[in-house]
Design a protein around this ligand. Structure first.
Ligand code: ZN
Length: 349
C-alpha cells in the first residue's frame, strides 16, 4: 500500500502512569505495579494507533522516562548518582549522567517490549533507539574524552540491542539523531559512520529520525535563531543518501525546511512529518494531505511515509489521538487521488 502512516515514536502516557503533559515526568507507580502499568499503557497506546488507522505502529515509548537516558541507564560504566550539568545541543542545561569507565551493555533494554507488542498486533512494528551522537550529547564524558570514540562504543552497544530487537519481531528500527541538526561537521566526520555501525547487519528496515525537537520553549527559542529557511538538512541528506540507512524521518509540517531538500534523499524512504507536534491544534485531514502533496513533488509516493514531525509525549492524549486520526485520514485522501489518477491514466491509454 502507498503512503503507509507511522509516528516518530512517543505518545502521551496515561495519567495514572506519569504526570500528563510533562516531558520526562517521573513514574507514578513502583515495582511490579510499574512494570504492569507500562505494559497496560503500551496496549492502550497501541489500540489508539490502530483505532486512528496508523499502519506502522510503535510502543508509544511507554516504558521510557526519557528517549535517551532510559537507554543509557542500562549501561555499565555510567554513573547516575553524581550527575553533571551540561548544555544539550548548545540549547539548554540538563543534569546528565557521567561516563566514568569503559561503557558496556548491561541487560537488554527494549527487547521484552517488542516481544510483548509482537504478540498484540499484526501490524508492522517500529522501535526507536537513541542515535550514538545524541547519546554522546546527553552525558558528561570523564573517561574517553573523545566524542567520536564514545560514539563508536555506543554504536556497538546499540547494534547488540538492535539485533535482539529484530529477532524479537521489530520490522523497523529507528535511531533518533536530533543532534544531526546541530553538529554538522561532526555528522560528516563520524556521525554517519557511527549510525551505520549501530545499524550494521540488520535485515529489518533501518531509519534515522532527525528533527528540530519537541515543542518545548528551549527548542522554540532556538528555532527562532535559525532564520527563515532551515537548511541543516542540506549538508546531512547527501551523506544519508549514500549511507546504508533505509529511511529518513524529518520535519515538514509548519517548519521552515525548504521542501526541495527532500530531493537530496533520492533512493531512500522518506518519513515526512505532516503533523506539527509543537501545537495543540489538531490538523484537518486536508492540511495533512496538502503537506503530503507538497512532499510528493520531491519524493515518489512509493517512497513516502506520512509521519509526525517528532514525538508527541508532551501533548494531551486526546490531542495526540486527534492528530493520529488526521494523519491517517490525510494520507487516505491522497491515496485515493493517486488511485484515481492512475486508473484514469490507465484507461486513457
Ligand atoms: Zn524528534
Amino acid at each position: 500500500m502507498l503512503l503507509q502512516t507511522t509516528i516518530a515514536g512517543s505518545l502521551p502516557k496515561p495519567g495514572w502512569l506519569a504526570e500528563p503533559k510533562k516531558l520526562w515526568a517521573p513514574w507514578l507507580l513502583e515495582g511490579a505495579l510499574l512494570d504492569e502499568g507500562k505494559r497496560d499503557a503500551m496496549r492502550l497506546l497501541l489500540a489508539d494507533q490502530e483505532t486512528a488507522g496508523i499502519d506502522i505502529v510503535t510502543d508509544g515509548e511507554q516504558t521510557r522516562g526519557h528517549f535517551v537516558t532510559t537507554f543509557i541507564e542500562s549501561l555499565k560504566g555510567v554513573d547516575f548518582e553524581h550527575k553533571r550539568t551540561v548544555r544539550i545541543r548548545n540549547r539548554y542545561d540538563a543534569d546528565v549522567p557521567v561516563v566514568v569507565g569503559p561503557v558496556g551493555r548491561g541487560k537488554p533494554v527494549f527487547v521484552e517490549d517488542v516481544r510483548f507488542l509482537r504478540g498484540q498486533t499484526k501490524r508492522p512494528i517500529k522501535l526507536s533507539l537513541p542515535g550514538p551522537m545524541t547519546m554522546v550529547d546527553t552525558l558528561y564524558d570523564n573517561h574517553y574524552r573523545s566524542r567520536e570514540k564514545l560514539a563508536r562504543e555506543f554504536a556497538a552497544i546499540l547494534n547488540q540491542e538492535a539485533r535482539e530487537l529484530e529477532r524479537a519481531g521489530a520490522d523497523v528500527i529507528q535511531f533518533d539523531e536530533p543532534a544531526f541538526n546541530v553538529y554538522m561537521d561532526e555528522v560528516a566526520a563520524w556521525g554517519i559512520a557511527a549510525l551505520e555501525a549501530a545499524a550494521a547487519g540488520l535485515k529489518c528496515k533501518t531509519a534515522v529520525h532527525i528533527c528540530y525537537g519537541y515543542g518545548i520553549k528551549a527548542n522554540i527559542d532556538w528555532k527562532k535563531t535559525l532564520g527563515s529557511e532551515w537548511r541543516q538538512y542540506e549538508s546531512t541528506f547527501p551523506l544519508l543518501a549514500r549511507s546504508k540507512i533505509d529511511q529518513v524521518s524529518l520535519e515538514c509540517a509548519n517548519s521552515h525546511v525548504p521542501l526541495e531538500l527532500l530531493a537530496l534523499l533520492k533512493g531512500k524512504d522518506v518519513l515526512v512529518g505532516a503533523i506539527d507536534v509543537a501545537s495543540d491544534a489538531v490538523e484537518k485531514p486536508e492540511q495533512v494531505a496538502a503537506t503530503i502533496r507538497s512532499a510528493m513533488r520531491f519524493v515518489p509516493p512509493e517512497k513516502l511515509y506520512p509521519c509526525t514531525n517528532c514525538g508527541m509525549v508532551p501533548l494531551a492524549r486526546e490531542v495526540a489521538l486527534g492528530k493520529m486520526k488526521a494523519l491517517a485520514s490525510g494520507a487516505a485522501l491522497v491515496r485515493r487521488e493517486i488511485r484515481g489518477e492512475r486508473s484514469s491514466g490507465a484507461s486513457s491509454i
